[in-house]
Design a protein around this ligand. Structure first.
Ligand SMILES: *[C@@H]1O[C@H](CO)[C@@H](O)[C@H](O)[C@H]1NC(C)=O
Ligand SMILES: *[C@@H]1O[C@H](CO)[C@@H](O)[C@H](O)[C@H]1NC(C)=O
Length: 293
C-alpha cells in the first residue's frame, strides 16, 4: 500500500474512535444509565431482591417470610428524585409498595409515595404523606388513571426551598409549599431515598379489613432508573449548600407550578382524589395551617 492510502485509513480510524468516544460522553450525559449498585444498597430482605438487566432493574419480592428494601448510599438536601416502578399485579390486597425520602433523625422529615394493593380488578390506591420535624398525619389518597401494575411509570419528588411536588409521570398530584412564615415546619434535613415492599394488611386495604392472600405470594415489585438528580453537597446536618441555584431544580422555574401544570394538578385532583386530610373535619375540626383556606 502506498502512503496516501495508509494515511487515509489512519484518519478514518481516528474519526471512528472519536465518534465512539463522543457517543459515550453523550450517553452518560443523557443519564438513565446508572446501575443500581452505583447509587443504592439493599437494606433488608437480601434474599428477596433480584438484580435484572445488568443492574438496570431491581425486583423486590414479598412472601410470608419477608419483604425487602433498598436505599441510596448518599443523603440529599434538595433534588428532583425520580424512580420508575411497576407494582405487583393481580391480587395484591394488603401489600404495600413504598418509595420515599427520609431523614434518619429523631424529629424526622419524610416524603412518601405508598401504593396500597387491592383485590384483582379493584383499583390500587396511591397514598402520599409529608413529615416535617417529626410531624406527619398529612395523608392524601387517590386512584390512578392507569393500571400501575401493568407497566412502569415514573414517580417523582421535587424538593427545593420553595415547594415539594409529588408527580406521577409528568402530572403534579400534590404540592406542599414552604409555609415556615406561618409556623409550619418544612423538610430541611438530609434525606435518603428508599424503596420497599412489605405486608401492610393491618391497615392498607379497606382500613385493614381486606387481608393479604398468601396463596398469591410471592408478590413482586420492579424498579428502574437509578440515576439521582439530587444534591449531596452538604455537611450534615446543614443542607444550605443544596439551596444553590446552580442546581437546576432550585431555579425559579421550579419555585411554583407553571399554568399548564397547575391546570393538570387541579384536574387530576378533582377526578381522582379520594381522601385529603385537609378536608377531614372529624379529624381536624380546624384545618391545619398549610391547608388551602
Ligand atoms: C423556607 O422559606 C424561607 C423563606 O420564606 C427560607 O428562608 C427557608 O430557608 C426555607 N426553608 C427551607 C427548609 O427550605
Ligand atoms: C386466595 O386465593 C386463592 C387462589 O386464587 C382462592 O382460592 C382463595 O379463595 C383466596 N382466599 C381469599 C380469602 O380470598
Amino acid at each position: 500500500m502506498n502512503c496516501r492510502i495508509l494515511a487515509t485509513m489512519d484518519f478514518c480510524l481516528r474519526c471512528f474512535l472519536a465518534f465512539l468516544l463522543m457517543g459515550g460522553v453523550l450517553a452518560s450525559r443523557n443519564g438513565g444509565d446508572a446501575s443500581f449498585d452505583q447509587n443504592y444498597d439493599i437494606t433488608w430482605g437480601y434474599d428477596h431482591v433480584k438484580s435484572l438487566d445488568e443492574g438496570r432493574q431491581i425486583q423486590l419480592s414479598l412472601d410470608h417470610s419477608s419483604g425487602a428494601g433498598f436505599g441510596s448510599k448518599l443523603s440529599f438536601g434538595s433534588g428532583f428524585i425520580d424512580m420508575r416502578i411497576k407494582l405487583p399485579g393481580k391480587d395484591s390486597a394488603g401489600v404495600v409498595t413504598a418509595f420515599y425520602l427520609t431523614s434518619h433523625s429523631n424529629n424526622h422529615d419524610e416524603l412518601d409515595f405508598e401504593f396500597l394493593g387491592n383485590r384483582e380488578g379493584k383499583p390500587i390506591t396511591l397514598q402520599t404523606n409529608v413529615f416535617a420535624n417529626g410531624q406527619g398525619n398529612r395523608e392524601q389518597r387517590m386512584y390512578l388513571w392507569f393500571d400501575p401494575a401493568a407497566d412502569f411509570h415514573s414517580y417523582k419528588i421535587l424538593w427545593n426551598q420553595y415547594q415539594i411536588v409529588f408527580y406521577v409521570d409528568d402530572t403534579p398530584i400534590r404540592v406542599f409549599k414552604n409555609h415556615t412564615n406561618i409556623g409550619v415546619s418544612y423538610p430541611s434535613q438530609p434525606m435518603q431515598i428508599e424503596a420497599s415492599l412489605w405486608n401492610g394488611d393491618s391497615w392498607a386495604t379497606d382500613g385493614g379489613q381486606t387481608k393479604t392472600n398468601w396463596s398469591h405470594a410471592p408478590f413482586q415489585a420492579h424498579f428502574q432508573g437509578f440515576d439521582i438528580n439530587g444534591c449531596s453537597d452538604h455537611q450534615e446536618p446543614n443542607v444550605e449548600p443544596c439551596y444553590s441555584t446552580s442546581y437546576w431544580w432550585n431555579t425559579q422555574k421550579y419555585w411554583t407550578l407553571d399554568s399548564a401544570h397547575q391546570r393538570a394538578y387541579e384536574n387530576v385532583r378533582k377526578k381522582y382524589l379520594t381522601y385529603d386530610y385537609c378536608s377531614d373535619r372529624p379529624r381536624y375540626p380546624t384545618p391545619p395551617p398549610e391547608c388551602p383556606q
